[in-house]
Design a protein around this ligand. Structure first.
Ligand code: ADP
Length: 486
């Protein structure tokens, strides 16, 4: 039986992206199609989405008042991707990012924008639109999290009851608002409860979605365990623990059409696991781009948001020892001003050894994976992480913190794994700058053994982190929940 799933997301590639959620929402429909799941994605009608949808979109429903605003539902397609778009100009027709003004400040009415989005999603999944029928609702992150809560506490009149899945892409973002908004949400009084929408005296959108959904997923098995503890659960660890085995982790995949060193047009020289020496031309090109001198030691790369979460302050502390040990570093990223300044200063201190590019550059990120020897990812927490997966596919050996998806996807080159031929990278032992320094030293020592290094590169390149595997895991979960719902 074909399952019909409504995926509710505030961003999806190629239309809008601020983070990994967009990659997942964009990739899921194709990943699920082979498993008899027909997925339709509901997105807010931001200007970029409305423009991409074009004039062919059909109006399939109208709301006179969606949390006080007029709105209509448009149905259309983008290639193979079936889309529903919530066109509510008062809420979504704004320049800037999906969540704030160009200045970076969040919109003051985000609570209303994403409550309306959740209300609309619940109406659609619950059967309000006669032509649309769904078996399950899949909500992504806090922006979509009110959808399961509305389905539970205020389902559309005469509608069908459908199960929902709540996926957490990053527990650090929860959509927490003042209690004063509760009367404006259109929920019954009993929704204000400890197992409802109330969270620490306010309204918690992610928390409400987690409580209401029949299953919670995160984007890696280790992160699914980590969020049971206060350090990672960020206040919601109790909710996670109470949900028991209803919480699971399904790894994100990578787009292997986009990220394949054999066909990547961004690279000076394409290559495969069998033709690794051809990477040398890419390394030379990269050295040229970053003004680095050739050297005996490895060329480390970093492609990252420059933030505390990503452990970039730890890297700043480890830079001088990295250079002293014979390493070089090419860094691409943007984020906290102090960290940016710190990396620029390090490049000035170590000309020819450290090169820094502040900004976001997709093409350069491909060239770096194709020419760098090892990619450094010392994150404090990492729900899944993509750059280590690209590194594995490109023979750019990941050097990672042992957390979340990094722990699940990189096999540390310890003596046992080397003996078995299963090592694919280096894991830090601990979460501080010392641990990073020793992981860097270990990497440099491995690099000095070319046969072993090549084996580690090749083993990583053979790993399959495509969406095929994860698509099946989501399909199995949907099937189970729909069967349970009877
Ligand atoms: P997060 O979503 O927490 O930032 P991920 O590793 O899951 O981290 O995804 C980050 C994505 O953004 C990857 O595809 C990575 O290549 C890309 N990326 C991050 N910073 C940059 C940058 N400065 N330039 C180009 N791509 C970047």
């Amino acid at each position: 039986m074909t399952l019909s799933v409504l995926s509710v997301a505030s961003e999806a590639v190629p239309l809008v992206k601020t983070g990994g959620l967009a990659d997942v929402a964009g990739a899921l429909p194709a990943a699920l199609a082979p498993h008899d799941v027909r997925m339709t994605t509901l997105l807010p009608g931001y200007p970029a989405v409305m423009k991409a949808l074009g004039r062919k979109a059909k109006t399939v429903h109208q709301w006179e008042s969606l949390l006080g605003e007029k709105a209509r539902l448009l149905a259309g397609r983008l290639g193979d991707h079936a889309l529903l778009v919530l066109d509510a100009p008062a809420l979504f027709d704004r320049e800037g990012s999906p969540y704030g003004a160009a200045s970076g400040r969040d919109w003051d009415d985000n609570w209303r924008r994403f409550a309306a989005f959740g209300r609309a999603a619940a109406d659609i999944a619950g059967g309000t639109v006669s032509k649309l029928r769904f078996d399950l609702l899949h909500a992504h992150d806090w922006q979509a999290a009110m959808a399961p809560a509305y389905l539970r506490f205020a389902p559309p009149a005469g509608g069908r009851s459908v199960p929902s899945v709540m996926t957490i892409h990053n527990m650090a973002f929860q959509g927490h608002y003042d209690a004063g908004i509760f009367p404006l949400l259109g929920l019954p009084a009993h929704a204000w409860s400890i197992d409802g929408v109330e969270a620490y005296g306010g309204v918690g959108y992610l928390k409400a979605g987690m409580e209401a959904a029949q299953a919670i997923t995160t984007v890696s098995p280790t992160y699914a365990e980590e969020i049971r503890s206060p350090d990672f659960g960020m206040g919601l660890q109790g909710v996670v623990a109470a949900k028991g085995d209803r919480v699971s982790g399904i790894l994100n995949g990578i787009d292997i059409a986009e990220w394949n060193p054999e066909t990547d047009l961004h690279l000076a020289s394409s290559y495969s696991a069998r033709t690794l020496p051809r990477r040398t031309a890419n390394r030379r090109a990269l050295e040229g781009e970053f003004g680095l001198e050739p050297g005996e030691g490895p060329l480390f790369i970093v492609i990252s948001r420059l933030t505390w979460q990503k452990g970039m302050d730890l890297l700043l502390d480890a830079i001088d020892p990295l250079v002293a040990a014979g390493g070089r570093l090419a860094l691409l990223g943007s984020g906290d001003a102090t960290l940016q300044q710190g990396f620029v200063a390090a490049a000035t201190r170590h000309p020819g050894r450290i090169g820094v590019r502040i900004g976001y550059d997709e093409a350069l990120s491909h060239r770096m994976q194709g020419g760098g020897d090892a990619i450094l990812i010392p994150s404090r927490f990492e729900p899944c992480g993509l750059t280590q997966l690209y590194g594995l596919a490109y023979g750019c050996v990941p050097v990672v913190a042992r957390t979340g998806g990094l722990a699940d996807t990189v096999i540390d080159a310890n003596a046992a794994a080397i003996g078995l031929g299963t090592a694919t990278g280096v894991q830090m032992h601990g979460g501080d700058a010392d641990a990073l320094r020793s992981a860097i030293n270990r990497t440099i020592a491995l690099y000095r053994q070319p046969d072993l290094w090549r084996q580690i590169q090749r083993t990583g390149m053979k790993c399959d982190f495509s969406w095929a595997r994860s698509g099946k895991a989501y399909a199995d979960l949907y099937t189970r929940l729909v069967a349970e719902a009877g």
